[in-house]
Design a protein around this ligand. Sequence first.
Ligand code: SF4
Ligand code: SF4
Length: 66
Amino acid sequence: MPAVIDAKKCNGCKLCDLYCPLDVIHMEGKLAVVRYPEECWHCGACRQECARGAISFTFPWAMLAA
Ligand code: SF4
Ligand code: SF4
């Protein structure tokens, strides 16, 4: 599953947009949005940078087993 952003927690700091290496996340005004979820490779950079804990995702089983 790609990154999921909790709009209630997001404060629009833009760090996830800045750090996503694949340009998956874009800002829509003051809210971060996962615009290209199919491109997400679950690197975790967005979640790591989000001080608000607004980003979560579920790792595919194949990645956990690797
Ligand atoms: S890093 Fe977190 S708080 Fe900042 S824009 Fe992204 S989701 Fe929102
Ligand atoms: S997990 Fe990585 S690739 Fe996916 S949205 Fe976050 S920073 Fe981008």
